[in-house]
Design a protein around this ligand. Structure first.
Ligand code: TPP
Length: 498
């Protein structure tokens, strides 16, 4: 939406407040100075500043996932607005309420090539809602604010009231129709199993209670928050129906469903997207407590595989390190899994002991950008939080730690698993025939260390090659650079395949 009132800055921010925005991440410029003036004049809102819009937007995304509330990132005009795009896409697929409040030049400049006047209206296309009246508090909302040159700040008459909780609640209420469709799926015959991807925090208790009642095989990924509740099960041979709850699962099983049209797939997904190209059904908002669970569902059979033996055989491999970290990280911590490999390693190898670790990841669009910032947004009110990110993933977000000085002091640990490039590519069947120089190119192989990055932001630094190196960690922000054995990691993955 474009805001076109007599005081567009006040009007736009009033709308943000009305939909529940309490946190503003400001990326300053001249064009958005009146927005900044209004925001900083309001009581009871939290203001952050960040000079880098891409990181800022990811920080806002993390904060909005953590709170379940809309969080606004505020930019000036031009490419500053475009920098928000990756986080907007991620928020779209995670159905996270990210609000982009962007200053624009007046409408008459649009499409003319005038200085700092790119076409911002609808710039995020299908990834963001542009009409506040159609926004259902899920996914991104873009509020574009054309502002006159040297627009006087003019705060007279600025009356911005606090959010109306009833309005926000009514936007996210359950749908009878979705409940009915879900019930019909449950009532149909045939062996059923459940795949659980990333769950919004507000869903977790309901889904856990529902799955305990359902009593069928469940594969719950770490980002569901339910992995330890439902230990990994055998996949029944005769699965006729798959129920997927939450974000798109990272497990290979999900992709394989594309080629199994005979298996009925029903998704309960926050973003309303099926996550498969083949035919399937999807709902977004069932009433979990209203669902009847048929009595004839089969019980689960758990599979204690030979994983532990492999972890012992390759103690310095990445999966063994991930197991060790999952046992070492203090109970109750928030854990952010940055890129595909730590996500898979955690799902596979992390301890199944219930340690109250709460796992998150940006698995909406699987980008490796913005992970440090998303982690910092997610952990902004946590006492102890750990991120596990690959080296290239860390390189993408070097400006992320800017925000740390604005957050309450706490133990934030960024573990960079430095394996000298994008090692995940080594495991892709399609790349097995690449020669070493092609592989080096694909992996972006390097031998950089992250010590200098830690120094730049005043992070404590610990190089870790053995468990003893994790003893007596200093308080506060800490960069842990972990060097796993590349050879053992390759051998581990090779053995698990065979
Ligand atoms: C923004 C973006 N660019 C490229 C990719 C493709 N990609 C997926 S994983 C990966 C490598 C990640 O490397 P690293 O962070 O070092 O982790 P590792 O694979 O070594 O565990 C790349 C480039 C992506 N997912 N997102």
């Amino acid at each position: 939406m474009d805001v076109n009132d007599s005081n567009p800055a006040i009007s736009a921010i009033g709308k943000c407040i009305a939909i529940g925005v309490r946190n503003f991440v400001i990326c300053s410029g001249a064009r958005n100075s009146s927005l900044i003036a209004v925001i900083t004049s309001i009581d009871n809102v939290q203001v952050y500043n960040h000079p880098e819009e891409r990181s800022a937007a990811y920080f806002a995304l993390g904060k909005s996932i953590a709170t379940g509330e809309p969080v606004a990132v505020v930019t000036t005009s031009g490419t500053a607005t475009a920098e928000l795009f990756p986080a907007v896409i991620e928020a779209h697929y995670q159905a996270a309420p990210l609000v982009m409040l962007t200053a624009d030049r007046p409408v008459r400049f649009r499409g003319k090539g005038a200085p700092q006047a790119i076409v911002q209206h609808d710039i995020f296309g299908i990834y963001a809602e542009h009409d506040i009246d159609d926004w259902i508090a899920r996914g991104p909302l873009h509020i574009n604010v054309p502002l006159e040159e040297a627009s006087p700040v003019g705060l007279d008459g600025c009356s911005i009231s606090l959010p109306n909780p009833d309005l926000v609640a009514s936007l996210t209420s359950a749908s009878d129709h979705h409940t009915e469709l879900f019930q019909q799926f449950l009532n149909r015959p045939g062996q059923c199993m459940v795949l659980v991807g990333c769950l919004p925090l507000s869903w977790r208790d309901d889904v856990k209670r529902f799955l305990k009642r359902l009593n069928v095989p469940v594969l719950a990924e770490a980002t569901s928050g339910l992995r330890e509740e439902f230990p990994r099960c055998c996949v029944p041979d005769d699965v006729a129906r798959v129920l997927r709850i939450g974000g798109v699962p990272t497990d290979r099983l999900w992709r394989d469903l594309e080629e199994k049209p005979g298996v009925e797939v029903f998704s309960v997904s926050p973003n309303g997207l099926p996550g498969l190209a083949r035919e399937s059904s999807v709902v977004t908002s069932p009433c979990w407590n209203a669902l009847d669970v048929p009595e004839n569902f089969n019980e689960c059979h758990y599979d204690n595989s030979s994983l532990d033996e492999l972890l012992c055989a390759y103690p310095e491999s990445e999966p063994s390190w991930v197991r060790r970290l999952s046992e070492y990280i203090p109970e109750g911590s928030l854990v952010f899994l940055g890129n595909s490999q730590p996500v898979r390693e955690w799902n596979l190898a992390a301890t199944l002991n219930s340690r109250g670790l709460r796992c998150f990841a940006n698995r909406g669009a699987n980008g490796i950008d913005g992970c440090v910032s998303t982690f910092l947004g997610l952990s902004s009110c946590e006492k102890e939080a750990w991120a596990l990110v690959g080296d290239l993933t860390a390189l993408y977000d070097l400006a992320g730690p800017w925000i740390v000085d604005q957050l309450p002091h706490s133990n934030r640990r960024i573990v960079v698993i430095n394996n000298g490039g994008g090692r995940i590519f080594r495991r892709l069947p399609a790349l097995q025939k690449f020669n070493p120089s092609q592989m080096q190119l694909v992996e972006n192989a390097h031998s950089f260390s992250f010590k200098g990055w830690a120094d730049m932001w005043g992070m404590s630094y610990r190089k870790v090659a053995a468990l003893e190196d994790l003893r007596a960690l200093p308080d506060g922000l800490l960069l842990i650079e972990l060097f796993p054995s590349l050879e053992q990691s390759d051998d581990f993955w090779h053995s698990i395949k065979s």
